[in-house]
Write a new protein. Structure first.
Length: 298
């Protein structure tokens, strides 16, 4: 067991590790990098790894000084920081959620295509029906769906270069059959790019789609889990965990580094043995595993 030792360097590198790792988690959840490569989270995660390595080195140096027989006896003088229990508790819960959400990162090719379409103004627009290109087909409603018609329609699309009539197959209208010259329907197209097909349902997934779902369903459970973890942590135990002990901290840091490596296939957009999402799913377990190790061995 190493004699506790601390210094300005251990405090700086320790908080640098926590803050840069926390920033990586937050920018990941915020979708700052919408598709691979996830540059912002990777840079911050790399910074956290560098700070963690520096903290280990600084801790070894501080420990060596504290064991020097000519040095002054080490006396713990820092006050217990009650906020640390919340940093650990909510940090583990939010990091787990961020790693899990990485599983749903959109493909880089899909992301680049979506950005190209957005630059061309791609969205859903209400456009008039010029004429019917087929007979309306009626569909009965049920408890979950209203009655509707599907019809091949000729739509007038207001492109930036001038309006064009485009035939779209199987357009959907609720309750009533479409009437030429009177009915308007919603269609997806790009006003500045006539080469993009006109479709009825062309909604494209974005990181915000998953974040909205997470905000309503995942965030409350994440906060509950964080509160439970923070409430179960003793302030004194967390305080002493700030003092480096190789047999306690190195395995925990190794587990977290393994989690970061497992996230790389999704973050950089490549596959390992035909998988990229599965490693990210396994990475979601590593924050809790590292925390469990610290609690059991600390």
């Amino acid at each position: 067991m190493y004699t506790p030792g601390g210094s300005a360097a251990t405090s700086f590198t320790g908080w640098g590790t926590v803050l840069s790792a926390g920033a990586a988690v937050l920018v990941s959840l915020a979708g700052v990098s919408p598709y691979p490569p996830l540059v912002a989270p990777l840079v911050l995660a790399g910074l956290a790894v560098a700070f963690a390595a520096a903290w280990v080195v600084a801790s070894y140096r501080a420990t060596a000084r504290s064991r020097d027989p000519l040095a002054k006896p080490y006396r713990e003088s820092r006050r217990r920081n009650r906020a640390l229990r919340y940093v650990f508790g909510f940090g583990v819960a939010v990091a787990t959620a961020a790693a899990f959400m990485t599983v749903f990162t959109i493909d880089s090719g899909y992301g680049r295509e979506t950005e190209r379409l957005e630059r061309a103004g791609y969205d859903e627009y209400e456009v008039p029906v010029v004429r019917l290109a087929g007979d309306p087909v009626f569909h009965e409603g049920d408890d979950d769906h209203d009655p509707y018609y599907t019809t091949d329609l000729v739509l007038r699309i207001p492109y930036a270069s001038g309006p064009r009539d485009v035939t779209v197959r199987g357009m959907y209208t609720r309750f009533k059959a479409p009437v030429a010259g009177r009915t308007k329907v919603g269609a997806y197209f790009a006003p500045r790019d006539p080469e993009v097909p006109v479709v009825e349902n062309g909604r494209r997934d974005t990181p915000w789609s998953y974040l909205i779902v997470f905000a309503f369903w995942g965030a409350p459970w994440t906060l509950i889990a964080g509160g439970i973890l923070a409430g179960s942590i003793d302030t004194d135990d967390v305080h002493w965990l700030r003092r480096f002990e190789p047999e306690v901290h190195l395995p925990a840091l190794g587990i977290l580094l393994l989690g970061l490596v497992l996230l790389l296939p999704v973050a950089l957009g490549f596959e390992v043995a035909g998988h990229d999402r599965l490693p990210a799913l396994l990475a979601a377990l590593t924050p809790a595993l590292a925390f469990t190790w610290l609690v059991k061995r600390g």
